[in-house]
Ligand binder design. Structure first.
Ligand code: CP
Length: 320
């Protein structure tokens, strides 16, 4: 039995978002991910927890970190992993998302990982297919495994999440990472600030239990964690394309702006990064940056999530 199998049973069949998870659910996934870090740091990185299980990665949007870490995570757990290349699939011939998913479902996978440009795509699939579904990012809605890996990175560096002040800075409006992080950090008792130009804040931000700060100086003052986000130009449809120089001047993270945060504040970025736009290279590569740790935790969190969803102790008919 692996360390993870001695942990309590995770009660859900799918991971569609952080919304709907209790603090206990989140902590359980983080505890499982801590165990998965140990596996990934061994010279022999492979266990057999998911031997005989089939994982399909279905990515309609580009990805470096999420897709490769889901693939590695599945392989480290012993699963058979298939990456569906949307670019060379019948999606290009007009097949709908549901028809594609039902086709894959007929091949009896155990878990389907989906990234899609539309909010709600993962939830829709979960109603149609017979296997577990993981949301690997749906439009500007949620990116739950990113929030979990961010939380794991913070918890391992700081020993806790409750009571910390986390500043999330940049394009909040278009960011599924920001939304999932706000939900998770609030659930675990962190104080969340968002820093953005007013044009890059969602209209419902006032209802999200965050402190809205118009300047980096206000947002970063005394912060334990500074999380930078890129401008998601692919979702802007020409609505907000400021001069890069001006954006960096006001909202880019450099050494001077970072000075007002705590001396040991963590600097995070989910990637992909635009150096010189939202973050200076010297900060991204500097001593406070935990960006590479985030990438490592991404594999562990995805191992933990898949092990938890496919836990053989759970009745397979149970629904989330
Ligand atoms: N953070 C993140 O989702 O990165 P990718 O788009 O490279 O997967």
């Amino acid at each position: 039995m692996t360390e993870a199998q001695s942990l309590p049973l995770y009660p859900h069949r799918h991971l569609l978002g952080i919304r709907g998870l209790s603090p206990v659910d989140i902590e359980l996934l983080l505890d499982r991910a801590d165990a998965a870090v140990s596996i990934s740091r061994q010279s022999e990185k492979k266990v057999s927890t998911l031997r005989g299980r089939t994982q399909i990665n279905l990515f309609y949007e580009s990805s470096t970190r999420t897709q490769s870490s889901f693939e590695l995570a599945g392989k480290r757990l012993g699963a058979d992993v298939m990456n569906m290349s949307v670019a060379s699939s019948s999606v290009k011939k007009g097949e709908t998302l549901i028809d594609t998913a039902m086709t894959l479902n007929a091949m009896r996978p155990d878990i389907l990982i989906i990234r899609h440009q539309s909010a709600g795509a993962a939830a829709l699939l979960a109603q149609k297919v017979g296997c577990s579904v993981v949301n690997a990012g749906d439009g500007a809605h949620e990116h739950p495994t990113q929030a979990l890996l961010d939380a794991l990175t913070i918890r391992r560096a700081k020993g806790r999440i409750g009571g910390l002040t986390v500043a999330i800075c940049g394009d909040i409006l278009h960011s599924r990472v920001a939304r999932s992080n706000i939900l998770l950090l609030n659930a675990l008792g962190a104080r969340v600030r968002v820093v953005a130009p007013s044009t890059l804040l969602p209209s419902g931000i006032a209802d999200m239990s965050v402190e809205v700060c118009p300047t980096m100086a206000e947002g970063l003052k005394g912060a334990d964690v500074v999380m930078m986000l890129r401008l998601q130009r692919e979702r802007m449809a020409g609505a907000f394309v400021p001069s890069v120089r001006e954006y960096f001047h006001y909202f880019g993270l450099d050494a001077k702006k970072l000075q007002v945060a705590k001396e040991d504040a963590l600097v995070m970025h989910p990637g992909p990064m635009n150096r010189g736009v939202e973050i200076a290279s010297e900060i991204a590569d500097g001593p406070q940056s935990v960006i590479q740790e985030q990438v490592e935790m991404g594999v562990a969190v995805r191992m933990a999530v898949m092990e938890a969803l496919l836990d053989p102790r759970r009745n397979q008919d149970q629904t989330a």
